[in-house]
Design a protein around this ligand. Structure first.
Ligand code: PBG
Length: 336
């Protein structure tokens, strides 16, 4: 806090009593600095080939949806004011290979899901993750060469993956792979193919976090993933590097930036908000969601209360939008 506030005598007790403004609900509301609205929320959903929904044991209340339920979920999300969702396919093990070839199949599960959504909830914003990990037999985000992900060969495939998603009808491609130079190549490929309007939401600062475990469980990559993702995802100790990533992504044509995970990285959200002008998303990831649910099941806290507190903390740190598995719960709570 700047010193002159005190020097000007503007804050001394007993003339100033900060509790005075907190006494009644409407003056508390006058002072409210940040707000959470359904416009700030993106719902991530898992879709699978099955005919029925499947529980995800590590993520209570989240399911692997069949196509029919996906459409119904999208409709109810839209009706409560959540106008964009992020799609994650659960690819059957026999469709996975070393190169993640299924990602380029224009009739893959993800493309069929996009088309079903487009038909039934036409105005819903559809965001697709660009990375090969749901499709590779080794669970890495790209193709391997000498036991490491080969950057440039992977970027070429990711551009084709994004093109397949754009052709299927998605609105936003969100590269989550952390390869160098991928945003620029995606932008160029999309533009050259008539998809100038498709947005790029760059996972700019994606950390090699241990909080993705429930997600990997949900898409079945936890069993096959060999080694860590530390040669491409960021070191959890770094902040300046996040800014370098963000500035590079903006230069390459990103429309929007993302920080992931969220709660342990509020400083990163704040830094990107302070030092860049791009719209900013925060991803409240699977492990963060699972921790809340698990603590609530034990009676340590009330899920709904801490969910809203968490989402508001992202807004305070500077995030415009939040991707959260609790989006529908939050929407329900906000409408009360
Ligand atoms: C794929 C991807 C991951 C997540 C989103 N996209 C997993 C990973 O990088 O291993 C994690 C999301 C979550 O934990 O909720 N690259």
């Amino acid at each position: 806090m700047p010193r002159f506030f005190h020097a000007s005598g503007s804050g001394r007790f007993p003339h100033t009593r900060l509790r005075r403004m907190r006494r009644l609900f409407w003056s508390r509301n006058w002072m409210r600095e940040h707000h959470l609205h359904t416009d700030n929320l993106i719902l991530p959903v898992f879709v699978h080939e099955g005919k029925h929904d499947e529980d995800i044991p590590l993520m209570p209340s989240v399911k692997r949806l069949c196509l029919e339920s996906l459409v119904a979920t999208a409709q109810s999300a839209y009706d409560v004011g959540i106008h964009s969702l992020m799609l994650f396919p659960v690819v059957p093990p026999d469709a996975k290979d070393e190169k993640g070839s299924e990602a380029l199949n224009p009739d893959n599960l993800l493309c069929r899901a996009i088309q079903a959504l487009r038909q039934s909830v036409p105005s819903m914003g559809i965001i697709c993750d660009v990375a090969l990990d749901p499709y590779t037999s080794h669970g890495h985000d790209g193709i391997l060469k000498d036991d490491d992900v080969d950057n440039d060969a992977t970027v070429a495939l990711l551009a084709q993956q994004a093109l397949v998603q754009a052709k299927a009808g998605c609105d936003v491609v969100a590269p989550s792979d952390m390869m160098d130079g991928r945003v620029g190549v995606l932008r160029k490929t999309l533009d050259e193919n008539g998809f100038q309007h498709v947005l790029i939401l760059a996972y700019s600062a994606k950390y090699a976090s241990h909080l993705y475990h429930p997600f990997r469980h949900a898409i079945g990559s936890h069993k096959t993933l060999k080694g860590a993702k530390t040669t491409y995802q960021m070191d959890t100790a770094n902040l300046r590097e996040a800014l370098r990533e963000a500035l590079q992504d903006i230069d390459e044509g990103a429309d929007m930036l993302m920080v992931k995970p969220g709660t342990l990285y509020l400083d990163v959200i704040h830094a990107l908000r302070t030092h860049t002008l791009a719209p900013l998303a925060a991803y409240h990831v699977s492990g963060e969601y699972a921790m809340l649910r698990a603590a609530a099941e034990k009676g340590c806290l009330i899920y709904e209360d801490v969910l809203l507190e968490t989402l508001l903390s992202f807004r305070r740190a500077g995030a415009d939008v939040i991707i959260t598995y609790g989006a529908l719960d939050a929407a329900r709570l906000l409408s009360r």
